[in-house]
Design a protein. Structure first.
Lengths: 984, 179
């Protein structure tokens, strides 16, 4: 016996284009124009899934985006997408769908045993039961509970589809293409404004697509044709407006799955658009509500409007008889259309008075009406068999389907994304937008205007107003079809079933929340709808309570004895409907996830055996193949090269800033803690700058190029921050200083030539330049010309050896680097990488990014004496606050490993020798290296009281690896304390 | 002279019948910034008309001038340009020719491709010849300049250039010749 059947003609399906999909391993035939949902019904598949908690048999409830039950896993393998509403999935050839949350099948589901245990599973059961016996119990139970309940499962495989994103702009965005939306878009479009019309359905028309009136259809087609003809109008189907944000930013997601896009050709499956609209017209329509009665979740119990959609749009109807239960007039549209399609219809109307007009029209179609009646119970576990009416007419009716018409809830979601709460409208018996920003307009059912001509009039009006707001005054309105009438609504709100039957009466189908759960929440003292939601899970899930919210809060209000407006609604947040993560990620996946920054010397490093390491966004040469193939051994060889001969490192990543203007020296003098006012031309100085909170921001060097021009270098990590800081100070605090700054980080490449043979190497490379100690002393700087290009030589050292930095315009970097290596080959010069660079500086005791972490003071780093006593500088005042002067602050120390068979690790926690190894200790290791000079592991660290403990033996603990080692606190300057090498 | 090497030397070429995406090298980029109230007069005396707002670039002969901030201009000139030497001492002059890579897009799909990359209204009626925008592309700052009906230059930071190139050509993959 079948429950639903396909009509021999009619509908918006293209019978000339059959398509074949698969559902749970079996063929599912249908036609172009079908959705997965309509094809299932047409194939008489009523039972299509099991419920979330109780595993009760479930069928389709809706025909649109609000569908709570019919969620399927679409696709296979890497293309698996869970929780897709069958009502939103267009039937295409090759579509593969599987049911969820049922084993082995929805028809015979072993987990249905849960239903027998249902008295246990009421609200709060899990929270109360699985909290004990120990503190971590919930963590233990949770995976099992989630496995028993739940929705579909996503795949871990990489998604082979492509997702695109784009930015767009328009004057008027119209959301929804029902009668109001079409009228709004066309009226606005006729003004010449740039209009975007977004429709989530596969066609334009909204409720008109579910009708069967020829005149209305002709009106729809004319509107759509004209919209398509206007070059200033862009129309999108299958495009859901997922969120509205400040500044009229709308996020639209278009689904192009039906086109079977080829990712290798750059064709996206979905496109996310960030649309900035001058004005927005919301014509989002309304969603019909179910009624709450015993066993209202049986397969075949649907929204009355859904029965109408399936009949008129998809030509699928209940086989013989449908019972419609209603509390308002709009249900009779469904009843009349079903009757016209040859279905016997009975209406149970909660209202005792039904208008004579309706009685007459229904009577003419043979529709039986039982006023003052509702549904007492539904029989038939895997599909409706009969309903028992209660109230004035306690009769039992055999039927194939039940249509619920509980009234209409305007789709106010987007209108409240910006924070405006919806307001309750008694006449509508639902929430309408609580107001709009000046550039937003509403029209049609969202405003509670459920009639066709009213919706069109409101739409035209809103379209004209929106266009005018955007500066387009002149337009021609769109008029309703000649015979369009406004249906009556005449709702008598009814929130709970008139009599109690034994079966479960569901408020939220998807989350399996019954009227009893709402009662329990009330009894347990949950007074706010937000708490009701969280306690019962009502309104959660993929449908976010689109069909359940109003019924639930009305019931709660009833129990509490307050009005619905007093109860209020939960908060609507984006996204409006579920969307796949791929759409959010867009093209920023894989190598495009984040930008990669490359040194001007990058291509040379690649060609010459460098292994790279990520340093922030930078790809930096870590070590080179000439020195070995593992970082542990290669960097040691590279260090030895620098200590004994000469090496060259790429330091192009350092921040570089051009500072010009007559007040530049004064500016630097204020920025750095140490004096820069009297820095001679041709000299470089090490400097430290503080944030205004008195903590160290960064260190670096600045060279005086001329009287009014300086060349600053910063650490790699803080380059951007220092540049912003300098601009901020100049633009906001010291507008009296005549200084201009410009970033040179990308303009100049830098090469550090370091080691006892550094001068010899550079002399070979630049034979015409005088590089003697007298001509270019330690901390000297000079520009020279080489082969037609300006080079900047700065004699300064990070490694502690005789060293120079050679800076050159980045375009010439590789040529210069190759020239130096070639010309200085007799010195044995080779490149060294970041690991050696960072290790050499530890031996020298130079602080770097790991120590400059915005938590340390000058004194913590042993740099307090640098600060000028008689001058002012940023951070001076707060540097001396009490907390910054505590004697027990963690301060910089050098550390030597005392146990040669062990190793040190960065991040190890430091303890005094007598401490229990527990908790956060007294400090930690910031940087660690093998010292080629001392033949042992050494480190820099921060320790309670710092060098006051010099000579003490302490413990470094690394709990992750269960390691402990004994260390000695020493001076952080491990080599050449006198600086003889620097001045060589 | 030491050889110059582009940051896009190792970039994968983009081939399309409808859309040209290519590096446009061979330019001088210099930043000129004012150090006194008469700066713009001094600058225009040497350079000619200056753009009056950030959103419009001014083309004077072989030079394109961008207003990039208060009392700050970029001048993009031919590979050999005497603007910097003529203005030396009159304002802050900062050579930046190595710091940026110029990527040109030309063809009917160019606007659609740019719209996938930057939050700027690239509609043909809005972003017209001469329009310029200082904006962000793939999280990096760029300057975009409309140089023709469907022709654009993007000035991207050198150190991000290869990734910007990849982002641009990826956004344009739909229009690329089949591989």
């Amino acid at each position: 016996m079948s429950a639903f059947r396909r009509l021999p003609q009619g509908g918006r399906i293209d019978r000339a284009k059959p398509v074949s999909a698969r559902f749970d391993g079996k063929g599912l035939p249908g036609f172009t124009g079908d959705t997965l949902a309509s094809a299932l019904l047409a194939n008489d598949k009523l039972l299509i899934g099991r419920s979330f908690k109780y595993h009760r048999p479930r069928g389709l409830v809706a025909a649109g985006i609000e569908e709570p039950n019919a969620l399927f896993t679409i696709g296979e393998g890497a293309r698996t997408e869970p929780n897709v509403a069958a009502t939103m999935a267009e039937l295409t050839d090759g579509l593969v769908a599987k049911s969820q949350n049922a084993w082995p099948s929805p028809d015979f589901d072993l987990m249905a045993v849960n239903s027998l245990l249902s008295p246990l599973f009421q609200s709060g059961f899990y929270y109360k039961t699985f909290m004990g016996p120990s503190k971590g119990s919930w963590m233990f139970y949770e995976p099992f509970i989630r496995k028993a309940a739940g929705l579909g499962k996503a795949t871990d495989l990489p998604d082979p589809d492509r997702y695109d994103m784009r930015f767009a702009f328009c004057d008027v965005l119209v959301i929804g293409s029902g009668p109001a939306g079409l009228a709004a878009a066309l009226t606005a479009g006729r003004s010449g404004a740039r209009v975007v019309l977004a429709e989530q359905d596969s066609d334009f028309g909204g409720s008109l697509l579910s009708g069967n009136d020829a005149e209305q259809e002709a009106w729809r087609v004319v509107c759509v044709d004209e919209l398509n003809s206007l070059s200033n109008v862009e129309v999108f189907t299958r495009t859901t407006v997922q969120g509205l944000y400040d500044g009229n930013l709308a996020v639209l997601v278009e689904n192009r799955s039906r086109l079977h896009p080829d990712a290798s050709k750059g064709q996206p499956r979905m496109v996310l658009t960030q649309l900035r609209a001058r004005t927005i017209v919301m014509a989002t329509g309304a969603i019909e509500r179910p009624l709450v009665f015993s066993n209202n979740d049986r397969p075949g119990v649907m929204l009355a409007s859904a029965l109408r959609s399936y009949a008129n749009r998809f030509a699928v109807v209940p086989d013989k008889r449908a019972v419609i239960v209603t509390n308002n007039d709009t249900a009779y549209q469904s009843a009349l259309d079903l009757a016209a399609a040859g279905v016997a219809v009975t209406v149970a109307d909660h209202r005792t008075n039904v208008s004579a007009d309706i009685l007459a029209r229904a009577g003419a179609k043979g529709i039986a009406i039982f006023p003052g009646s509702g549904i007492f119970d539904v029989e038939g576990s895997k599909g409706v068999k009969r309903v028992k009416l209660g109230g004035a007419h306690a009769v039992t009716i055999e039927c194939d389907a039940v249509g619920m018409a509980g009234g209409w809830s305007p789709a106010v979601h987007l209108s409240s994304h910006g924070g405006i709460k919806p307001k309750y409208d008694e006449a509508v018996a639902g929430f309408v937008p609580g107001g709009f920003p000046v550039s937003h307009f509403g029209a049609g059912a969202i405003m509670g205007a459920f009639g066709l001509s009213a919706a069109i009039a409101e739409g035209a009006n809103a379209g004209a107003s929106a266009a005018a707001f955007a500066g387009f005054g002149k337009t021609r309105p769109v008029y309703a079809p000649e015979h369009a009438t406004d249906r009556t609504y005449a709702i008598l709100p009814s929130w709970s079933s008139p009599q109690d039957a034994k079966g479960k009466a569901f408020v939220d189908f998807q989350s399996d929340v019954t009227i009893k759960d709402v009662k329990i929440a009330h009894q347990e003292g949950y007074r706010s709808v937000e708490h009701l939601k969280r306690y019962t899970t009502l309104g959660m899930g993929t449908d976010q309570g689109k069909t359940s919210n109003i019924n639930a809060l009305a019931l709660m209000a009833e129990y509490r004895g307050i009005t619905i407006p007093e109860a209020g609604t939960t908060t609507f947040r984006p996204p409006y409907a579920p969307l796949t993560m791929g759409a959010i990620a867009g093209r920023t996946v894989g190598a495009h996830f984040r930008p990669v920054r490359r040194s001007p010397l990058n291509d040379w490093h690649v060609k010459n055996g460098a292994t790279f390491i990520d340093a922030g966004l930078w790809k930096r040469a870590w070590y080179y193949a000439w020195a070995g193939h593992s970082p542990e051994t290669a960097y040691v060889k590279e260090m030895e090269l620098v200590r004994n001969g000469v090496g060259m490192a790429d330091v192009s990543t350092l921040g570089k800033i051009d500072i010009q203007g007559p007040d530049s020296a004064e500016f630097l003098n204020r920025v750095y803690v140490n004096g820069f006012a009297k820095l001679p031309v041709g000299k470089v100085r090490y400097g430290v700058m503080l944030n205004d909170d008195g903590l160290v921001l960064d260190d670096g060097t600045t060279a005086r190029i001329s009287e009014n021009q300086f060349y600053m270098t910063t650490t790699t990590a803080q380059a951007g921050e220092v540049m912003s800081w300098l601009e901020y100070l100049l633009q906001c605090h010291w507008t009296d200083l005549n200084v201009q700054v410009a970033s040179l980080t990308d303009e100049w490449a830098g090469m550090a030539v370091s080691g006892p043979k550094a001068r010899e190497a550079l002399q070979l490379a630049f034979p015409d330049a005088d590089l003697s100690d007298a001509a270019l002393p330690y901390m000297g700087c000079r520009d020279i010309s080489f082969d037609g290009v300006t080079l900047r030589l700065l004699r300064m050292s990070f490694s502690g050896e005789l060293a120079y930095e050679v800076h050159v315009a980045a375009d010439h970097a590789i040529s210069l680097w190759e020239h130096i290596l070639k010309a200085a080959a007799p010195t044995g010069i080779k490149p060294y990488g970041l690991e050696a660079l960072a290790s050499l500086r530890i031996e020298k005791g130079h602080v770097a990014g790991l120590e400059l972490d915005h938590r340390n003071t000058l004194d913590d780093l042993g740099l307090g004496k640098m600060a000028g006593k008689d001058k002012d500088y940023v951070g001076k005042a707060l540097r001396f606050r009490e907390d910054c002067q505590r004697p027990e602050r963690w301060s910089l120390v050098g550390l030597e490993l005392m146990e040669p068979d062990k190793k040190l690790r960065g991040g190890a926690i430091l303890f005094a020798a007598t401490d229990e190894i527990k908790g956060h200790g007294r400090g930690y290791i910031t940087s660690v290296t093998w010292s080629t000079e001392l033949n042992k592991f050494i480190a820099l660290g921060l320790f309670d009281g710092g060098l006051k403990h010099e000579g003490d033996e302490i413990i470094a603990a690394f709990p992750l690896k269960n390691e402990q080692a004994r260390l000695k606190i020493v001076s952080p300057h491990f080599i050449d304390k006198e600086g003889a090498r620097l001045h060589a | 002279m030491l050889e110059r090497r582009s940051a896009l030397a190792s970039a994968k070429p983009y081939v399309s019948a409808a859309l040209k995406i290519a590096e446009r090298p061979g330019f001088t980029l210099t930043q000129f910034a004012g150090l006194d109230g008469d700066f713009e007069n001094k600058l225009s005396a040497v350079i000619g008309t200056l753009p009056d707002k950030v959103a419009r670039a001014q083309v004077n002969g072989e030079r394109t001038i961008f207003r990039i901030g208060p009392a700050q201009f970029w001048i993009v000139g031919p590979e050999t340009d005497d603007a910097a030497s003529r203005l030396a001492g009159l304002c802050a002059v900062t050579p930046l020719s190595s710091s940026r890579v110029r990527i040109a897009l030309e063809g009917a799909p160019a606007r659609a491709v740019l719209a996938r990359l930057m939050p700027v209204d690239f509609d043909a009626a809005v972003f017209t010849l001469g329009n310029a925008a200082l904006t962000g592309l793939h999280h990096t700052p760029v300057t975009v300049h409309c140089t023709g009906a469907d022709a654009f230059d993007i000035y991207a930071m050198r150190t991000f250039a290869l990734d910007v190139w990849d982002a641009v050509t990826d956004a344009a993959r739909e229009f690329a010749a089949s591989r």
